[in-house]
Design a protein around this ligand. Sequence first.
Ligand code: GAF
Length: 388
Amino acid sequence: MNAQTLEQAARVGFESHFAHEPVGLWSAPGRVNLIGEHTDYNDGFVFPFAIDRRTVVALAERSDRLIRVASSFADDAIEISLDELFPENLHGWSAYPLGVAWALGQFGADLETVTGFEIYIDSDVPIGAGLSSSAAIESAVAVALNEVWGLGFDRRTLAKVGQLAENRAVGAPTGIMDQSASLLGEKDSAVFLDCRSLDSEVIPLGFDEAGLELLIIDTRVSHSHATGGYASRRASCEKGAAALGADSLRDVSVADLDRAAELLDDETFRRVRHVVTENQRVLDTVRTLREQGPTAIGALLDASHVSMRDDFEISVAELDLAVETSRATGAIGARMTGGGFGGAAIALTPTELIPTVKAAVIAAFAAAGFGTPELFVVRAAAGAGRAA
Ligand code: GAF
């Protein structure tokens, strides 16, 4: 959907739910991670970019303490008073926007004095594809409330607000990457983020000049980070860091891996090795991109996938097939992206080979008896902001 159509849909949705006009529209993008997976909560490095799929929030303030939220992806509108805005009262999809309102209070907004509001949310970020539809909602609501409540928080703080909402209101123990990409992204560039210091640098990708596109292969295998595997991987990383006497795996280097192999059980060692080598791959990707351009980063993407498949064990058969098939038919590098256990793979592909790769992946999925994947190209886009 183009930006104007989506904004118009959000405006119409708002007016049909609340019978008056919004005061403004704000939007935020989903993200794709080029490289640096499960490194964010280990104080490490990530290199994601904001994509040209967005979530739009239409908002108007109320004169009382009531909050009403509605959206295009649920029939129900939710009402809650600002006085009852606690994580334990928030459930389902509305925990994302309402969690942000609560989290702003945790960062110093005076929720005793602000007014309630009505919001309507519309989005063309695919849900469950590993493109962070959740961070898109959180970041759009964060920039909207930051403006209408006159809070003056900077984008780094808004990213932390979104993360806290996700951790406490949604219950997913995720890191800071997705909200940072959604808030700090810029057109045709990726965000190189140090998740310890939160220093970031926007780096041009140069895909157009190199004749490359980033193809998303959404396996449509659904995943959730509020349950199971994500939390257990995080726990293994913490266990590994503690056993090595480190505050976090950021403090463990590739040179320490021999000692780690002696001290740790095999599974914990492989989890640690993924994170430590992935941090190095992010640094290598940024350097290679700068020095040689994007045609030279393919091998690093491939190595990242192997590490997630074999050491971190977060890939699934559909993601492996997407990666193998795209590489065999023209992609110069491919890897699963996001938290894993489903979601999407990315394939960095010469523009003229996109139709070939798409057809090959669809055929391979059919031959394997897997559900039909969704394939589409994404471009690096601007981060969250006021839309109208
Ligand atoms: C999910 C999380 F939300 C991120 O914080 C990050 O950990 C990612 O999985 C894995 O790199 O998207």
